[in-house]
Ligand binder design. Structure first.
Ligand SMILES: Cc1cc2nc3c(=O)[nH]c(=O)nc-3n(C[C@H](O)[C@H](O)[C@H](O)COP(=O)(O)OP(=O)(O)OC[C@H]3O[C@@H](n4cnc5c(N)ncnc54)[C@H](O)[C@@H]3O)c2cc1C
Length: 428
């Protein structure tokens, strides 16, 4: 029997596990979280998740963090992340499906480090997972359709949403969206109805360019943007707020794939027609290969799981995957990141929040002929050397300094020195 390990129990990983089981494989699916579902199916603690049927046919490892991959050897820490006594395990499957998803992407702007400024995903996770509203007067801004479910989740827990601001103008957004996809049209109509019910305006071509406050955010300055996201002078407007949620799409989490030796294209894992990566026996699915939403992630997962188990994905699976991929491409065209956003920054605007590296320090270092290359830039300015290891600022630093973003992190998740030193690694 082919042994398949699936890393990540989001829409992609769960679909991969279901299809690998169906194709006759023995499947272990693991996730660092204590419940399956990933970002999309996040539930309050104890709520039914609805994936019992598939998990009962696999070996299911919750609270299991993959901290390293070498070849197809998967190094796992099992146990609560904030508890002691986590055990080290190593799995060596015949095939590995990586479905580790994405994290929020947020561009810097003056004041974004103030308490009360949240990434859109964090605000939504608090609302969906913990029923916590981040504020009473909240502005939601950035780019992409994700802003709509964020606003919906905030409204559902009683937050007051002042407005939702999409940075791209209507002419750009229209380029990508079409009403071809009935499921998406229905979802959009639901969000539009929620905004209308709560009288929340949705503005295109406007964004938050500054957050102000001493101890925490008190005001947000918004401005009208041109299609390239340069600010139209004189269009600034100030909102009194107690929270701001900003999201500029998502960045994939390719560390494990990079550690396994998989090739990337533009930050995403390169896959072939059956989700095979450039490394034999390693497959990738979901937001790791491109941002397209939960339905696209599940469609890719289905193909990956079937192929990883040694099956041949049928035409219907491939057609669904291709249809959702095409939707993802339209989405990217509808909600691009405008190249002129660095114009919002000032000399003292913090870009790397972990190390408090400013835009001025970065541009000076990038222009210094004595310190060429991303490695010297990182060591010289400390950008990306803090706890998040460049996951938050990496894309912004690359855009500001004209360098390539680095995803090589041999230790993909935090591990205590005691755990690392522990020679006992259980083979499974
Ligand atoms: C914070 C956030 C909130 C989102 N909310 C929505 C929403 O409400 N609606 C919507 O349409 N889209 C939402 N998205 C977009 C969403 O990511 C996708 O549409 C969908 O969930 C992608 O599925 P996936 O399986 O590729 O990844 P994910 O759903 O992200 O699943 C990846 C899984 O891998 C696990 N994982 C990652 N690294 C490791 C590791 N090293 N070891 C073990 N496990 C690991 C994670 O815990 C996670 O459960 C959200 C994204 C983010 C980042």
């Amino acid at each position: 029997m082919t042994r398949v390990v699936v890393v990540g129990a989001g829409p992609a990983g769960l679909a991969a596990a279901a299809h690998a089981v169906r194709a006759g494989a023995g499947v272990t699916i693991l996730d660092q979280s204590d419940a399956p579902g990933g970002q999309y199916h996040r539930q309050p603690p104890g709520a039914p998740h609805g994936f019992e049927a598939v998990l009962s046919r696999c070996t299911w490892w919750p609270e299991s963090t993959v901290w390293a991959v070498d070849g197809k050897r998967v190094h796992v820490l099992r146990g609560p992340a904030d508890g002691t006594g986590r055990q080290r395990h190593v799995l060596e499957p015949d095939a590995l499906v990586l479905a580790t998803g994405a994290h929020d992407r947020t561009l810097p702007f003056p004041g974004w480090q103030l308490p009360g400024v949240f990434t859109a995903g964090a605000a939504q996770a608090l609302a969906k997972g913990d029923r916590v509203a981040v504020g009473k007067r909240v502005l939601v801004a950035g780019a992409g359709p994700f802003l709509l479910p964020v606003a919906e989740s905030l409204l559902a827990v009683g937050a007051g949403v002042l407005a939702v601001l999409e940075a791209n103008p209507a002419s750009t957004v229209r380029k990508g969206w079409s009403w071809r996809d009935a499921r998406k049209a229905g979802e959009l109509a639901r969000y539009a109805a929620a905004l209308a019910r709560h009288r929340v305006p949705y503005h295109l071509g406007r964004t938050v360019v500054e957050a102000r406050g001493d101890d925490r955010v008190r005001e947000a300055v918004t401005a009208r943007l041109r299609a390239d996201w340069s600010v139209v002078p004189g269009t600034e407007r100030t909102y009194e707020v107690d929270a701001v949620c900003v999201g500029h799409g998502f960045a994939s989490q390719p560390e494990l794939a990079v550690a396994a030796g998989c090739a990337l294209d533009g930050g995403f894992v390169r896959v072939g027609d059956d989700q095979r990566t450039s490394v034999a026996g390693v497959f990738a699915a979901g937001e790791l290969t491109g941002i397209g939403g939960a339905v696209a992630a599940a469609a890719e997962g289905a193909v990956a799981g079937c192929a990883a188990a040694g099956g041949v994905p049928d035409r219907a699976l491939l057609r669904e995957r291709d249809r959702t991929r095409a939707f993802a491409a339209r989405l990217a065209a509808a909600h691009p990141i405008g190249a002129a956003w660095p114009g919002w920054l000032r000399e003292d605007t913090i870009v790397c929040r972990c190390e408090e590296t400013t835009a001025g320090e970065l541009t000076r270092a990038a222009g210094d002929p004595a310190a060429p290359g991303p490695h010297a830039l990182k060591l010289g300015t400390r950008a990306g050397l803090g706890p998040c290891q460049g996951r938050m600022c990496g894309a912004a630093v690359s855009a500001l300094c004209g360098t390539a973003e680095r995803h090589h992190r041999p230790i993909a998740q935090p591990i205590r020195l005691g755990e690392l030193a522990d020679a006992k690694e259980i083979e499974a």
